[in-house]
Ligand binder design. Structure first.
Ligand SMILES: Cc1cc2nc3c(=O)[nH]c(=O)nc-3n(C[C@H](O)[C@H](O)[C@H](O)COP(=O)(O)OP(=O)(O)OC[C@H]3O[C@@H](n4cnc5c(N)ncnc54)[C@H](O)[C@@H]3O)c2cc1C
Length: 380
């Protein structure tokens, strides 16, 4: 039986980054197992039957403030500059979200300047003694009307609960602006992998020390594998057979369609805060830069409770339940939990890359993230 230094469960960012570093920088023999038939985890993209590059698990837009993460991923891809813009369909208009000067002026038929808008927000914002929930964040900044039109029902659809029941972190991710900046993210690095995410992952795991075992559930093979250490990027509660109960995850149903037209909507993503059962519609050609004169592919996202675990639900009782699993996880010898599902965190791609590099840093005893990203690790 082949023996491995590391078995890694999951070929998404967490698993692939660790496999790549351990194999290429530390000379370790690594087995990567994923139950899906492909690498890339939720960031997987592919050319559909109409030849359009789409994201199977919903739109993924890369953005980060970390030069280490950007520099590290640049070893495996060139980039296409892309700044993400989102419009929200509200009362028959398509308005910029995050809320900015144009959003308010168009919605209310006003002609505010930035200063006037700041004053307006001060009059409509409702003071909250301590900002705890996602509702507090928005209502304190922009008042109740904008909260209801852009956030309240969108969040209810997306998470199955109102923002008043969700941790403040969910809506804190979205800024409010008084200028005309209509970019969805303000990060320093905003770009898409030039040839797609999957191509980037292919380069990461293309190493003689890495063996891929796809289409295989770890549960079904774990007793027949031989390895020294385990890195687990699947759901932490599943690893422990849900011994404290199930950690709640939010799931999505994706409806992918190709239309016989060049363009469907003016930007990559249109949000539907109030109408329709879906939350948003994505048109991929805006993201990828792909040209096609007569066809375009789009995806509708329908949130649901059951299905693949996509989003850990940030609520206090879930954080409490996770703490129990974390305690158990910390007691394991030679088993490490990492990634969105392994640590039950609502992390973006860049944060998962940073988390994986940080674990690698710990495993090899390196000094800094910059060192491990650049391959400067102590020899063992
Ligand atoms: C709809 C959606 C949109 C998103 N948009 C963005 C975005 O625009 N920008 C951004 O930065 N982030 C975005 N994200 C977040 C991003 O997808 C994650 O941060 C990232 O993919 C997490 O990587 P990961 O390796 O932790 O997990 P995953 O990508 O989920 O990988 C975990 C892998 O483990 C495998 N696995 C689990 N259990 C087992 C098992 N028992 N046996 C074998 N394999 C197993 C799974 O099949 C999966 O492939 C989005 C997420 C979703 C769901």
């Amino acid at each position: 039986m082949q023996h491995y230094d590391f078995a890694i469960v999951g070929a998404g960012y967490a698993g692939s980054v660790l496999a790549e570093r351990l194999a290429s920088q530390s000379g370790k023999k690594v087995l990567v197992i994923d139950k899906r038939p492909h690498i890339g985890g939720n960031a997987y993209d592919y050319y559909n039957e109409d030849g359009i590059l789409i994201h199977l698990y919903g739109p993924h837009i890369f953005h980060t403030n970390s030069p280490e993460v950007f520099g590290y991923l640049s070893n495996f891809t060139e980039w296409r500059p892309y700044e993400h813009r989102v419009l929200a369909s509200v009362e028959g208009q398509l308005l910029p979200i995050p809320i900015n000067l144009d959003t308010v002026n168009k919605l209310y038929g006003k002609n505010f300047t930035s200063e006037e808008l700041s004053d307006y927000f001060k009059t409509v914002g409702e003071p909250v003694a301590e900002i705890k929930t996602s509702e507090d964040v928005v209502v304190s900044q922009v008042g109740r009307d904008l909260y209801e039109k852009f956030f309240k029902y969108y969040t209810k659809k997306q998470w199955g609960v109102y923002p008043s029941e969700l941790d403040k972190s969910v809506t804190s991710r979205i800024p409010t602006r008084t200028n005309q900046d209509d970019r969805y993210f303000s990060d320093e690095f905003q770009s898409m992998p030039l040839h797609g995410f999957t191509k980037m992952f292919e380069k990461m795991v293309d190493h003689p020390n890495i063996t891929l075992m796809l289409g295989t559930d770890f549960k079904d093979v774990k007793d027949s594998l031989s390895y020294d250490q385990l890195i687990y990027t699947g759901p932490v509660d599943e690893y422990f057979d849900h011994c404290f109960g199930k950690l709640p995850y939010r799931s999505l149903h994706f409806e992918h369609k190709t239309l016989n037209e060049e363009w469907h909507q003016p930007v990559a993503v249109v949000n539907y805060p109030n109408d329709n059962a879906y939350t948003r519609v994505t048109e991929y050609k805006h993201l990828t830069g792909q040209e096609h004169p007569t066809k375009t592919s789009i995806t509708f996202e329908y949130p649901q409770a059951e299905g693949d675990p996509y989003y850990p639900v940030p609520m206090p009782e879930n954080a409490e339940l996770y703490r129990k699993y974390k305690q158990l996880a910390d007691q394991q010898q030679n088993v490490y939990f990492v990634g969105r599902l392994g640590t039950y965190r609502y992390y973006n791609m860049d944060q998962v890359v940073a988390q994986a590099l940080t674990l690698y840093k710990k495993l090899v005893g390196a000094d800094s993230l910059a060192d491990v990203a650049a391959g400067k690790v102590p020899s063992k």
